[in-house]
Design a protein around this ligand. Structure first.
Ligand SMILES: Nc1ncnc2c1ncn2[C@@H]1O[C@H](COP(=O)(O)OP(=O)(O)O)[C@@H](O)[C@H]1O
Ligand SMILES: [Mg+2]
Length: 242
C-alpha cells in the first residue's frame, strides 16, 4: 500500500515578507516567515512587542497582502484570488478576535454576534436558526442575559467574550486571536481564554493565538517564536494535533 498522503496544512506560510514604507524609511517587518499549521492544531505565536505578530496574523487571515511569499488556507493561495473571493472565504472560514474587541457601539450585543451571519445575507428561512445560534453562543460565553445591552454597558472581559461569540458565529475553521487578553486583568483574561478554548474545541478547528505571555502560550499545542522577522525553529518537536 502507498503511504498515506500527508495532510495539507490548514494554514501555510512560505517565504512571507512584509515591508512598510513610511516616508523615506522602509521597515522590513517580516523577512521570510515559513509556517505550517495542521487542522485542529492550536498554535501560539509569541514575540516581543513590535516583532510583527499582528502583521503576520493579518496576512494569514487574508486581511493584508504580503510584499513577497505565499499564504495558503487548505492549499489555496489567499492572495492569488480576487479581493471579493478572499473576502467571501474569510467570512465563511475565518473568525477574528482583536485585542481591543472592536464591537460596534451602536448595535446590541446580540446584533454584534449576528453581524458575520448578516454580512453573508441570511435567507429568511434560516433566520430563526441563526438567531438561535447567536443566543446559544452568548449563553456559552456566560452573557445570555446581556443580549439586549450595548457594548459600552459591559466590562472589558465581557466585551471580549461577545467578540469571541461573534468570531464563532459562522462556525469558522480557523480562529485568529490577537492578544485577546492584552487589555484585561488576569481574572477576566482567564474567563476569555477558557471560553476561547472551549468554543474552539473539536478535531477540526484551528486556533492561532498571538501573545507575549509564555503561560498563555503553554496552553496551546505548540509555540513558535517570531524574532527578527522570521519564525525561529523550535528545539521541541511539535505535539500531534488532537
Ligand atoms: N500599517 C503600517 N504602516 C507602517 N508600519 C507598520 C504598519 N503596521 C505595522 N507597522 C510596523 O511594523 C512593526 C510590527 O508591528 P506589529 O505587527 O503590530 O507588531 P506586534 O503585533 O508584534 O507588536 C512595528 O514597527 C510597526 O510600527
Ligand atoms: Mg500586535
Amino acid at each position: 500500500m502507498p503511504p498515506p498522503a500527508p495532510t495539507t496544512p490548514r494554514i501555510e506560510a512560505s517565504g512571507l515578507c512584509r515591508r512598510f514604507e513610511i516616508g523615506p524609511r522602509t521597515i522590513e517587518v517580516l523577512r521570510g516567515v515559513d509556517l505550517a499549521v495542521a487542522p485542529g492544531e492550536r498554535l501560539a505565536v509569541i514575540g516581543a512587542s513590535g516583532s510583527g505578530k499582528t502583521t503576520l496574523l493579518h496576512i494569514l487571515a487574508g486581511l493584508d497582502r504580503p510584499t513577497a511569499g505565499v499564504a495558503r488556507l487548505d492549499g489555496c493561495d489567499l492572495y492569488a484570488m480576487s479581493d471579493g473571493a478572499r473576502a467571501a472565504l474569510r467570512q465563511r472560514r475565518i473568525g477574528l478576535v482583536f485585542q481591543a474587541y472592536h464591537l460596534l457601539p451602536e448595535l446590541s450585543v446580540l446584533d454584534n454576534v449576528l453581524l458575520p451571519a448578516r454580512i453573508g445575507r441570511i435567507r429568511s428561512a434560516e433566520f430563526a436558526a441563526v438567531r438561535r445560534r447567536a443566543r446559544d453562543l452568548l449563553e456559552r460565553v456566560g452573557l445570555a442575559d446581556r443580549a439586549d445591552h450595548r457594548p459600552n454597558e459591559l466590562s472589558g472581559g465581557e466585551q471580549q467574550r461577545v467578540a469571541l461569540a461573534r468570531a464563532l458565529m459562522n462556525d469558522p475553521d480557523v480562529v485568529f486571536a490577537d492578544e485577546p487578553t492584552g487589555n484585561l486583568d488576569s481574572e477576566s483574561g482567564e474567563a476569555v481564554l477558557r471560553c476561547l478554548f472551549e468554543l474552539s474545541a473539536g478535531p477540526q478547528r484551528t486556533v492561532i493565538l498571538v501573545t507575549h505571555n509564555p503561560e498563555i502560550a503553554a496552553r496551546c499545542d505548540r509555540t513558535v517564536h517570531l524574532r527578527d522577522g522570521r519564525i525561529e525553529s523550535s528545539p521541541i518537536a511539535p505535539i500531534a494535533p488532537h
